[in-house]
Write a protein that binds this ligand. Structure first.
Ligand code: GLN
Length: 309
């Protein structure tokens, strides 16, 4: 049997030596300050064991990886009626694109592009003050990771709020179609804070484990979502989790995955593992450059691709 620890150590060593590490996100000043030499990887197995290498205990900004958790929460609250607000088709456009929104009358293509995640934040906000909704998201993630130390990085939240004109435009544009239930600044407050949650690879791999285990969190024994819903969330991750790089990610890695501009990726090998990888440098479409390369190697060596060895 392949020794997972050895594979991860070799992947971390390759990453440490990589010359081209991509470019750290520039449009959120707090993220632009992050040291691009970092790399961490953690693999959580259904028996609760977590195998790590590199900077797996360093917290980073999960950014759009949070969209997997808010989608799971919102599906729990609204069930299939959620799909009247967002679609589930890949966009083929950048994560913060506005072009399709006009043609599609304010219903974003999927819950993982920014417009879609902002629409989900509007749903999560229902019945709450923004502060309560943010608290609920953090509590959900802490429960999934079985770790109460997970926090929001307020500096990142502030930095993104100050430079959030594009996301504000998306929100106002959707609101103009009468599809929004709340004030734009309240919805954006929820969205920016969910993106600013800081987690380590170790914590993130644990938090994603329910998606690898038919919706059940083996750490806590809780059925987080029904098995069919976990399967569907994985399907959306595979098709839409890397924006206009989703086809390339499926081709190279072959696993459902969700990336964030903090350089994190959560990937799911159904029935086998939940994997979190982090390296802050991004490729041209905004996905972690070394993170993707690491997952490509891991999936190949462990024969974890959903499309076969
Ligand atoms: N918070 C980021 C934004 O809205 C999330 C984008 C991402 O991680 N791809 O721009």
């Amino acid at each position: 049997m392949t020794d997972l620890q050895q594979v991860l150590d070799e992947i971390a060593l390759d990453a440490a030596m990589a010359a081209d590490r991509g470019v750290v996100a520039q449009y959120i000043p707090e993220l632009a300050k992050v040291d691009p030499r970092q790399f961490g990887i953690a693999v959580a197995l259904p028996d609760g064991q977590v195998v790590c290498a590199g900077d797996a205990e360093t917290a980073f900004s999960i950014q759009s990886v949070s969209k997997v958790f808010t989608l799971s929460m919102a599906l729990g609250k609204y069930g299939d009626s959620l799909w009247s607000r967002v679609g589930r088709e890949p966009s083929g456009d950048p994560f913060n694109s506005i072009v399709q929104l006009e043609q599609e009358k304010g219903r974003p293509r999927n819950p993982f592009i920014n417009a879609g995640a902002i629409a989900i934040a509007d749903l999560v906000l229902s019945g709450h003050q923004p502060r309560e909704a943010i608290g609920e998201i953090v509590r959900f993630i802490r429960h999934l990771a079985d770790d109460d130390s997970i926090r929001i990085d307020e500096r990142v939240a502030r930095s993104e709020t100050e430079h959030g004109d594009r996301n504000a435009s998306l929100a106002h544009f959707m609101r103009s179609f009468g599809r929004f239930s709340h004030q734009v600044d309240h919805v954006l407050g929820v969205y920016f804070h969910q993106c600013a949650i800081a987690m380590t690879c170790h914590q993130l791999a644990r938090a994603g484990l329910f998606l690898a285990s038919q919706g059940q969190n083996p750490l806590t024994g809780t059925q987080v979502v029904p098995p069919q819903r976990a399967r569907r969330i994985n399907a959306i991750m595979l098709m839409c989790g890397h924006y206009d790089g989703s086809g390339e990610f499926a081709y190279r890695v072959g696993l459902p995955g969700k990336s964030g501009v903090g350089g994190g990726i959560l990937a799911i090998a159904p029935g086998k593992a939940s994997i979190a990888v982090w390296s802050p440098g991004l490729d041209t479409v905004g996905n972690s450059k070394l993170g993707t390369a690491a997952l490509e190697q891991l999936a190949k060596r462990m024969e974890w691709s959903v499309f076969g060895a």
